[in-house]
Design a protein around this ligand. Structure first.
Ligand code: GLA
Length: 725
């Protein structure tokens, strides 16, 4: 049984494939956390709730004789604000009396097969009820009349759990939710490092690792998007943990808005880790009888380092997050015109792209920004989603017919949530922007953010999109979003609901994305946000791939793609070969193969030699498609460990084939380069496709392979394909 309840000892035990999670209903119905970690057969853990002798200073519950138990010291499953627990709380509501004293206690529970969905929010799914089991614990606060359901879903095949919280107002008065984290995880030591992914435009998801100390530390966004600055991913890892060894707990939030991932080391040595909506930029008025759901948090436990944590996230997301027809079928190999032309293109010019693309074996042309309104620069026209027929040389349908007649599919770019200052839409509806009365709106990239909390705004934008997509043979949409939210307010909401705007905005975005996927199930969606500013599981629920970064330099991309791979599978990573200067096409191709693969350049500029390389890359894309998309990733040398040379490999699930890739970022000091491979079957014999040599898996993983004579200079790279005899 993946989830069991011991009614005598009042213990819940949640077992995934490799982890156990234990909690206890203690005296006075406190729900106490006891353990999360490697799988254990028993649950004799009741003493784990004690962290010392505190009777003299720590707050105590007057009805509990046990002086070792204190609301401020013991580990709690879903800690509340203002009732004795002084640490950062997971949940807080301000009640009609104006205080935010909150106290949820256990009431009842249910255990059932399958997994519930969350209204209005993306979440992981099961393909059949036998994939997972769910524990639903009802908690209630007798003073405020607030009830909460804590949901825990355990996936049978993976070392993974998901959690979310649903809150009901059973009282007669409104209450204000001030904080509602999706998960709280208590550790009884702080002997851990925190791993996070920071960044900026063009350097997204850079690996960072720091030991936990007696301070609150963490990452967050209040940009209205998950953001470039931090990804809603964080891991807590043993100090000794590396790619292959040690305990690692990975947390990821299925949400694209403001989030917080934080750890607080408390005076007694334990650590509380929270993941959820950033309370600093959130509030929610809950009227009597209403309910509110938090986003879903995913946690993965790995006893074998970061590598196994990543592989679990990858497989979990491929199977239980990514949906629709593109989850399983082969994606088109595309060429996008953005880096080649910007907005300076014509229909005729793009037709030449399609002609060259056809010659090279590329499947699809994506027309990026600049096809609508008077959009000839980034200063104008967002919101005016009418086709610029002059630019395209006629109606969109005729232009697409020209592309299709070459045997090339067609995709298009939108930035639905935005509005240019210089646009007809803004002139007509200045009130349709996110804004605060009386205060000037900050402008970013000459644009404002549309108030997607309002249905009429969403309906209007969606009706324009639907017209363009519905009337034309469009098979792909790149959904972009190029600024964050500032002066966050809505003219359509009353003062007491203004703190809801950021969350309502993202709910509105999800609602439009949902309509798009329901109305056009054939569409392949690729998300984008000034590159990878919204690379999160919330977006992956709608779009199976996300443009990883506007930085297409293959050397910089290594940092970005290695960081992204901590949590997100290769099939989701938008990666293209571009005209960037560093490194040749071979290395650009080798790096882009670790992703969706495609081109972002003018194919008319290719020399004959380039064309031969590109044709070879296209055939490699097909050859390695399944191996890279469904194989297991092993980061052999990461850029955060070695500034000069990196290496990674994909191994097929049946261990029959593997692809090793290595890139020289900067010429190494050491001449010798021996590399031990990973993930192979020690008993199997593999042919090195380059040399024809045959090696056992055991040899390749222990003695390694001598690669000294492979790439040695800046920007060099190579691949070796191994297959069994
Ligand atoms: C963003 C995207 C780019 C491109 C431009 C178009 O910057 O990241 O890929 O689509 O917008 O304006």
């Amino acid at each position: 049984m993946p989830i069991s309840y011991d009614s005598e000892r009042k213990l819940f035990k949640l077992d995934t494939s490799d982890s156990s999670y234990v909690m206890e209903i203690y005296d006075e119905n406190y729900l106490v956390h006891l353990y999360y970690g490697a799988k254990i057969p028993d649950a004799n853990l009741k003493s784990h709730k004690y962290r010392g002798w505190f009777a003299s200073v720590a707050p105590q519950n007057i009805h509990i004789e046990d002086t070792l138990f204190s609301p401020d010291v013991s580990p709690f499953e879903y800690p509340c604000e203002g009732t004795g627990d002084m640490r950062e709380s997971a949940f807080s509501v301000r009640n009609a009396q104006g205080n935010n004293s909150t106290d949820l206690r256990y009431v009842s529970h249910r255990i059932y097969p399958g997994k519930p969905r969350i209204d209005g929010l993306p979440s992981l799914h099961v393909n059949s009820d036998s994939d997972a089991d769910t524990l639903e614990i009802t908690m209630a606060d007798s003073v405020t009349g607030v009830r909460a359901e804590l949901y825990y879903t355990v996936f049978n095949e993976f070392s993974a759990m998901t959690r979310f919280v649903k809150v009901f107002n059973d009282s007669d008065s409104p209450v204000d939710i001030e904080r509602i984290f999706s998960s709280c995880t208590e550790f009884n030591t702080h002997d851990y490092d925190m791993i996070t992914l920071y960044g900026d435009w063009s350097k997204e998801r850079t690996f960072e690792r720091a030991p936990l100390t007696h301070i609150r530390q963490g990452i967050s966004s209040k940009r209205g998007t998950s953001s470039h600055a931090h990804n809603p991913f964080g891991a807590i890892a043993e100090h000794c943990a590396n790619e292959e060894y040690g305990s690692v707990y990975g947390f990821n939030l299925v949400y694209s808005g403001n989030f917080e991932f934080s750890a607080e080391v408390e005076p007694h040595g334990g650590t509380r880790v929270l993941m959820g909506i950033n309370p600093e930029a959130f509030g929610w008025r809950l009227e009597s009888g209403e309910c509110f759901s938090s986003p879903e948090a995913v946690s993965v436990y790995s006893a074998h380092g970061l590598g196994e944590m990543s592989r679990t996230f990858h497989k979990l997301y491929q199977k239980h997050l990514i949906r629709g027809r593109w989850a399983d079928i082969k994606r088109p190999l595309l060429i996008n015109n953005w880096e080649a032309t910007g907005m300076d293109f014509t229909g005729d010019k793009l037709v030449t792209f399609a002609e060259r693309a056809k010659e090279l074996g590329i499947d699809m042309l994506v027309m990026d920004d600049g096809w609508f309104g008077n959009r000839d620069s980034d200063r104008t026209a967002l919101g005016d989603w009418q086709v610029n027929e002059e630019k395209l040389g006629g109606p969109l349908s005729s232009f697409i017919a020209r592309i299709n007649s070459l045997g090339i599919k067609f995709g298009i770019w939108f930035e639905p949530e935005m509005i240019s200052h210089d646009s007809n839409l803004y002139r007509e509806h200045p009130d349709w922007c996110i804004q605060v009365p009386g205060r000037e709106k900050s402008i970013a990239r000459y644009q404002y953010v549309l108030d997607f909390t309002r249905k009429e705004v969403r309906d209007y934008i969606y009706s324009l999109m639907k017209k363009v997509i519905g009337e034309n043979n469009i098979e792909y949409v790149k959904w972009d979003s190029n600024r964050s939210l500032s002066e966050v307010g809505s003219l359509a909401l009353p003062p007491e609901r203004q703190k809801e705007v950021a969350h309502r905005f993202i709910l509105g975005t999800y609602e439009v994305m949902d309509r798009l996927t329901v109305d056009f199930p054939h569409l392949l969606l690729e998300n984008c946000s000034s590159g990878g500013g919204r690379f999160d599981p919330g977006m992956l629920y709608f779009s199976p791939q996300i443009w990883c970064s506007d930085n297409t330099d293959p050397i910089d991309r290594l940092h970005i793609q290695f960081g992204t791979s901590l949590c997100y599978p290769a099939s989701t990573v938008g990666a293209h070969v571009s005209a960037s200067r560093r490194a040749g096409y071979e290395t650009k191709g080798n790096v882009a193969l670790w992703g969706t693969f495609g081109y972002e350049l003018d194919p008319n500029t290719f020399t004959e030699e380039d064309r031969e390389i590109i044709k070879e890359q296209v055939s490699e894309y097909h050859k390695y498609y399944d191996l890279i998309r469904s194989g297991d990733l092993y980061r052999l040398i990461s850029p955060w460990e070695n500034e000069r040379r990196v290496a990674w490999m994909f191994v097929s699930e049946d261990k029959e084939e593997a692809l090793l890739t290595s890139v020289v970022m900067r010429k190494p000091y050491d001449d010798a380069f021996y590399l031990r491979l990973r993930g192979l079957d020690p008993e199997k014999y593999y042919v090195d496709d380059n040399s024809g040599e045959v090696y056992s898996g055991a040899l390749l993983m222990n003695a390694g392979i001598n690669l000294t004579n492979y790439g040695r200079n800046d920007g060099d790279s190579f691949k070796i394909y191994f297959h069994t005899l």
